[in-house]
Design a protein around this ligand. Sequence first.
Ligand SMILES: Nc1ncnc2c1ncn2[C@@H]1O[C@H](COP(=O)(O)OP(=O)(O)OP(=O)(O)O)[C@@H](O)[C@H]1O
Length: 305
Amino acid sequence: MQEPMLSLQKVNKMIGRNHIIRDLSFDVNPGEIFGFLGPNGAGKTTTIRMVVGLTGISSGDIRINDFSITKDYKNAIQYVGTIVENPELYPYLTAEKNLLHYARMSKNVTKEDIKQRLELVRLSHVRDQKVSRFSLGMKQRLGIAQAMLHNPKVLILDEPTNGLDPAGVREMRDYLRKVAKEENIAILVSSHLLSEMELMCDRFAIIQNGKLVKVEEVSSEGQMDVASFYRIEVDEPNKAKKLLLDKYVDEVGLDDEIIRVNVTKEKIGKIITFLTNNDMTIYEVIREKQTLEDRFLEATEGEVS
Ligand SMILES: Nc1ncnc2c1ncn2[C@@H]1O[C@H](COP(=O)(O)OP(=O)(O)OP(=O)(O)O)[C@@H](O)[C@H]1O
């Protein structure tokens, strides 16, 4: 197992008498994009502000590249790159000059680093153009190049696709996936766009009322130990329902002669064998696809993001 690059450990945040974040723990690994989801007011921005050092932690710890943000702030924060609000760019400077300007504020950034960053965000061909002529997507990418100038190991992005058109969204998604893999950095992304998160992230966490509800892999559906709904078309549905209730599950749906059960992949295999051994003919077994939105609504009991 690789060490996580970002680790939240029982983080709590009180603002006045309000307990905003409660015992929040999760890890983000190098090379992965981790989606941070939750309904409005769940505590996403507060958490991100703690991770990037904009607000303090009431108790618990956040470790970045194994440095504690509470005990060793300077070392921890040097590994974090972020665009929490819109990227701060100077419209009348060119792309390259914007990066040069920021490079002066951070140590050890060379011209070669700037060249590489512009290549990585595919803006080399417009490096001499003024940022005022850039599209929003180009500005966002330049913002990311800027956030990555000091070679961070963790990139924190709050709503990175906000305001982008579909082509810009796709470009940003492809770009972030490339950055995560090629640079082996951990990316924490918050967003309201669940369909977007589904395409972009490897794993996701859902928080609600400041508490962690679940952490899952986006592609966990269909894994051995993750339950999904299955529809089974069988020649004797009533008999099948009774037998399944006796032996395998507490609840069996029966609609239009089709059996519906919520079980793991491992169990569906056993159920198929069991029904066949009981002289039934199975015509079809279909796993119902659950979108990230379905999983989000199920986890938050319908609270809208
Ligand atoms: N400075 C503050 N003083 C008091 N309460 C605050 C403060 N900042 C945030 N809160 C409260 O903390 C809770 C979490 O807010 P936060 O902005 O972190 O949520 P969020 O998940 O980012 O929401 P959204 O999706 O709407 O941006 C909310 O109930 C909010 O009202």
